[in-house]
Design a protein around this ligand. Structure first.
Ligand code: PMP
Length: 366
């Protein structure tokens, strides 16, 4: 049951090879670099029929895990490279990209870097990021420096400080800082949000988004709030994270890719009506529920977002005559978490299964 994207808007984006298709006329509004087999962006929106716990609520999900690199960050990577190329900043086969990120942006940039003339990619990746993604990054030829989770952004040991130092010391290196780069907001306000407006035909009541850099929520909410009066925007972070209040605390959580120990500069908090913090157990159990009950192969942060949406739904009046439409953004794929989210043993070891899930797993094991 998918909300179909109009055919004329389908074909755009850039995939790994610039393969021309026979439908050249579809791309008239695009620059030549966007011609291709078109798999970045234009992600489907589907209904979470088995998850919505109330019949009178329409719970939707934008499936960003269907981007070729497995996450929403393909969109950001493409925009960052387009901007660098437009500013003539890439020296063909010489430039190195230096990226402090929890992982997905590095994957996306590493996928796109070779065809965009970059020589090398260096990722500064916190220890929270799972070994599965580290293997994937290594296979893409990325040089990896692991950084301490607890290092505050301003400290010398943080992924940002080390990235800055590498980018300064290394000749022809460019620092890509998704926490400060406006491209991370622009691409969502100009593309992701426009897709949502078309797919939802302009009708949406609540938007629920996980937050780390704040690029996704700021970009999408900026465009949608200007066009949909009354839209409520809910930001999601892990319990113990400080994105919302900026108060530095020694927060420890397992869910990768959302939360942090500071408020990023690109996050526009004035666009967010409500924040919901989600526990690790709720996040992982909900992600596994989505995999099993909806056939949606999403990662842990998607579990956090849907768990938050379900909690928000509980606060809505039960007898409203309008059927509220709630859109969640599911940012990455479960495939990158085979030794964590997909491992029953790992979940049990870290007490990340809720009671329902633990019972169901125990049943299937015996
Ligand atoms: N979920 C996943 C899987 C991500 O990769 C990211 C980006 N780190 C987020 C959520 C948060 O998005 P943003 O950085 O745009 O706030």
């Amino acid at each position: 049951d998918s909300l179909e994207f109009p055919r004329e808007k389908r074909q755009k984006g850039l995939f790994l090879q610039h393969i021309r298709t026979t439908q050249e006329h579809d791309y008239q509004d695009r620059t030549p670099s966007y011609h291709g087999c078109c798999t970045i962006g234009n992600t489907p929106i589907i209904r979470l029929n088995n998850t919505s716990n109330r019949a009178q609520i329409e719970l939707l999900a934008k499936t960003e895990f269907s981007n070729p690199g497995g996450s929403i960050k393909d969109r950001v990577a493409q925009r960052v490279l387009d901007n660098l190329k437009a500013a003539n900043k890439i020296k063909d086969s010489v430039t190195t990209l230096v990226i402090p990120s929890s992982g997905n942006l590095v994957i996306s940039l590493a996928l796109l870097a070779p065809q965009n003339g970059c020589y090398k990619v260096i990722g500064l990746i916190p220890e929270r990021t799972s070994e599965d993604r580290i293997h994937l990054l290594k296979s893409l030829g990325v040089e990896i420096v692991r950084t301490l989770i607890e290092a505050h952004a301003d400290s010398a040991e943080s992924q940002f400080s080390i990235a800055k130092k590498i980018a300064t010391d290394l000749p022809d290196a460019i620092l890509v800082d998704e926490f400060a780069d406006g491209a991370n907001v622009q691409v969502h306000s100009q593309e992701t949000a426009e897709e949502i407006l078309i797919q939802c035909e302009g009708r949406l009541d609540v938007l629920v988004v996980g937050v780390e850099t704040g690029g996704t929520i700021t970009g999408i909410a900026r465009t949608l709030k200007a066009r949909i009066p009354g839209l409520k925007v809910v930001g999601v972070e892990p319990e113990h994270s400080s994105v919302q209040d900026g108060v530095s605390r020694a927060g420890a959580w397992k869910v990768e890719d959302i939360g942090g120990n500071f408020t990023p500069s690109i996050l526009d908090k004035s666009l967010i009506d409500e924040w919901i913090q989600v526990s690790d157990q709720d996040s992982y159990s909900t992600a596994r529920q989505l995999i099993r009950e909806e056939g949606i192969f999403c990662g842990p942060s998607s579990g956090s977002v849907v768990a938050a949406a379900l909690r928000y739904i509980q606060t809505l009046p039960k007898d409203g005559n309008q059927k509220p439409r709630i859109l969640t953004i599911l940012n990455d794929t479960a495939r990158n978490y085979s030794s964590t989210l997909l491992s029953d043993d790992w979940l049990l070891e870290h007490d990340l299964m809720d009671e329902t899930m633990a019972k169901s797993v125990a049943y299937h094991r015996h």
